[in-house]
Design a protein around this ligand. Structure first.
Ligand code: 6GU
Length: 306
């Protein structure tokens, strides 16, 4: 019924070369199949085309990630491919009908059991959801707020399904029904309103897929960035050492790695204290040096504002 979109990775995984940095760290796509399957259901499948670009598209090409985008209208049978209707009880806007969603989600569930033994279920790296229910993420401003911790949780799962609602939302009964077949997660990406779940799904898919081993080229670059350990990033510089009269901080040219590491740590603490003090409050593993640096910034700031 729903034919695989152009994004479907029906190709066999590309032969990995020995020098490919992506295959280091035990992520051999050929041996275990995709490490994660992602399905997206939307009335605007073209919206998701951007995911084919860059690192995510390459991971799909390599067979590390399977990504299928389904058109909800393929699961309607009337002349106009109707997916919405007016709300019971009145009110503004339209509501997405239950049946197309149920058929689309059943289609995804059916594909899952037929792929058993060759899909992610057989992968040794399968996450906590392996063999259990797939995860259904329903983007909604009424959901729990997505963050790096949730991204890490989702990255360990083997099958994510994103249900992109439009209009005022989806008939609650099919959400309740889906809760019996999926691990159901209503997710918001922040306190503002979007027109539909497509962009929110892309945000979450990008945040999650880059955490899957082998999807991003350099695993080290994952560990030193904002939010990964609760601190914002330090400022970074490249050549020339003097640009339009502005010098690179001298310590970065010193070759003193310990001093550079301390300087960077201090900049992260300083930035976080300034921009996101709420993040600092959540940290319980700050060292003596960290606390001393924070005290210093605090007193510097109070002297500046006096
Ligand atoms: Cl996940 N969906 C929609 N439609 N609006 C949002 C959102 C999601 N997160 C914030 N606003």
């Amino acid at each position: 019924m729903s034919e695989p979109s152009p994004m479907t990775d029906s190709d066999t995984p590309a032969e990995a070369t020995g020098s490919d940095p992506v295959t280091q760290g035990g992520a051999s796509a050929e041996a275990v199949g995709p490490q994660m399957s992602i399905d997206v259901v939307s009335i605007f499948p073209e919206y998701l085309a951007g995911l084919q670009l860059s690192l995510i598209g390459k991971a799909v090409d390599r067979g590390q990630l399977s990504l299928d985008v389904h058109d909800l209208r393929d699961f309607t049978f009337d002349r106009h491919n109707t997916v919405d209707d007016s709300p019971y009880g009145g009110g503004a806007g339209m509501v997405m009908k239950a049946e197309p969603w149920a058929l689309a989600l059943e289609h995804i569930l059916a594909g899952r059991s037929s792929a058993e033994g060759e899909g992610p279920e057989s992968a040794q790296s399968a996450g906590p959801a392996a063999g259990g229910k797939p995860t259904l993420i329903v983007p909604s401003p009424a959901g729990q707020v997505f963050d790096q911790r949730i991204a890490e949780d989702l990255a360990a799962r083997d099958h994510l399904v994103f249900a992109c609602g439009r209009y005022e939302g989806i008939d609650q009964r099919v959400i309740d029904w889906a809760g019996e077949h999926f691990d159901l997660l209503p997710m918001s990406i922040g306190d503002y309103v979007l027109n539909g779940g497509e962009v929110a799904s892309m945000v979450m898919i990008e945040a999650v897929s880059r955490l899957i081993p082998g999807v991003i080229g350099n695993p080290k670059s994952l560990t030193e960035e904002s939010h990964e350990d609760g601190l914002l990033e330090y400022p970074i510089y490249t050549k020339p050492a003097n640009w339009r009269g502005r010098d690179v901080p001298e310590i970065l040219l010193s070759g003193n790695h310990a001093a550079i590491a301390r300087w960077r740590r201090d900049r992260r603490l300083e930035r976080t204290a300034e921009v996101r003090p709420d993040l600092l409050e959540r940290l319980d593993d700050l060292s003596k040096d960290d606390l001393a640096a924070l005290q210093r910034f605090e007193s510097e700031r109070s002297t500046v504002t006096e």
